[in-house]
Ligand binder design. Structure first.
Ligand code: MN
Length: 434
């Protein structure tokens, strides 16, 4: 991938882009929204505080390049049809949008009725999960996170499992409970083994946690039996979303051996509604960590397979007026990169489908303030977080809202996702015995 005219820092839009917005003309993310109650969902992009309804532009014939001409992909309530088209189509639409939204382009700027139909105030729209996600896989690709958790549960000598430096560890997650930012998160009930006892009990989890993650949406799928070479993996990666992989640590601890997490993570996963494309992220490419031992050939990558993408977690309790920043990390800390994750996922011949979600695992950095979950930030609850106003937190209480954001900035460019947020609400009442 190379930089092109859509990355020119001098570009400006006739659509207002407030100072500091992550939704600049250089970003042009994709999402699915409803313009209001009762409307059908459709695909849009966002610039400043405005959502651009791509189904309206498509119906007007404004995407008339060779990849998109005559197609109907943006009137759908999901990105899947667009994802299946692949990078030439994604680039064609990005270029068309960049040109349409520029200050000097009259097509949309001077057409009042088209503007009224296509440009909508973001705060009046409802954002949805951007794709129909058939399968969700969660990796465990941060060395700092895996090491911290390993130290807590197995001691410093056995912190990383013997396989960890050799392959990107993952588990198959639950796709049905993926929800868009803003959806309340109900405290899960489950089985736990209280400390110092030998009899498991049932009830609301007492140790609900967040996990700061970033995922990618799969573009064109593959056939069963087909392997994706690591150097072609990005052809199947559309863009990134922010992910909060909510986790019930007490349920997880009692259930996870030998097959990994199950109910401790299947109750909800929040994603940002806006998908930031690899094209938009191109100016922020970076190497990522040195890998030692060197991975096997099928996982060996060259160039810059990562991005310098700062990530922030803020917590708002019911007593706090403002969200309080509790962690700051960066996507570039990930040890295993997205190309390796995708290549590894298909090395058995496992097929991919457009809209599949693969998430990074908790992204922690080397420093204490870069830890991407409460389990690490409070060291299993032994070091409570001190919040403004004298409150303390070890794990999440009912009413707590967790807000993940990610914004990359460099050389006059600034792009980001907007929030990936969710608030914990009390556990459901238990069903009455019959
Ligand atoms: Mn996770």
């Amino acid at each position: 991938m190379a930089l092109d005219e859509t990355h020119d820092p001098a570009l400006e839009s006739f659509v207002p882009t407030p100072e500091g917005t992550p939704f600049t003309i250089h970003n042009l993310p994709f999402g699915v929204f409803r313009p209001g109650p009762g409307f059908d969902a459709r695909v849009g992009t966002r610039i400043g505080d405005t959502i651009v309804d791509l189904s309206v532009l498509e119906a007007r014939g404004l995407f008339d390049g060779p990849e998109l001409a005559g197609r109907d992909v943006f009137s759908k309530p999901r990105l899947n049809e667009f994802l299946a088209l692949g990078r030439p189509a994604w680039r064609e639409v990005r270029l068309a949008l960049s040109r349409l939204l520029r200050r000097e382009t009259p097509t949309l700027r001077d057409d009042e009725s088209l503007r009224e139909g296509a440009l909508l105030p973001a705060d009046r729209c409802e954002m949805l999960v951007p794709a129909e996600i058939g399968d969700y896989t969660d990796f465990y690709s941060s060395r700092h996170h895996a090491t911290n958790v390993g130290v807590m549960f197995r001691g410093p000598d056995n912190a990383l499992m013997p396989n960890w430096l050799h392959l990107p560890v993952a588990y198959h997650g639950r796709a049905s409970s993926i929800v868009p930012s803003g959806t309340p998160i109900r405290r899960p009930c489950g089985r736990t083994l209280p400390a110092g006892t030998t009899t498991p009990v049932f009830g609301p989890s007492g140790l609900v946690d967040f996990e700061l993650e970033v995922g990618f949406l799969v573009g064109p799928g593959t056939a069963l039996g087909e392997l994706v070479p690591v150097e072609r993996a990005e052809e199947h990666i559309f863009g990134l979303v922010l992910v909060n992989d909510w986790s019930a640590r007490d349920i997880q601890k009692w259930e996870y051996q030998p097959l990994g997490p199950f109910l401790s993570k299947n109750f909800a996963t929040t994603v940002s509604p806006w998908v930031v494309t690899l094209e938009a992220l191109e100016p922020f490419r970076t190497e990522g960590p040195v890998q030692d031992p060197q991975p096997l050939d099928y996982l060996r990558t060259a160039g810059n397979p990562s991005w310098d993408l700062p990530l922030t977690v803020a917590l708002r309790t019911e007593k706090l007026d403002q969200p309080h920043v509790i962690a700051q990390s960066n996507f570039r800390h990930l040890y295993w990169n997205v190309r390796q994750q995708l290549a590894h996922h298909t090395v058995t011949g496992c097929n991919l489908r457009p809209g599949d979600l693969m998430a990074s695992g908790t992204i922690s950095g080397p420093e204490k303030h870069e830890r991407g979950c409460l389990l690490e930030l409070t060291w299993r609850g032994e070091e409570p977080l001190q919040l403004p106003g004298g409150e303390e937190r070890t794990f999440l209480r009912d009413g707590d809202e967790v807000i993940i954001t990610g914004t990359a900035a460099r050389d006059g460019l600034r792009i980001g996702f907007g929030p990936c947020a969710g608030r914990i609400v009390p556990a459901a009442p238990l069903p009455a015995a019959s």
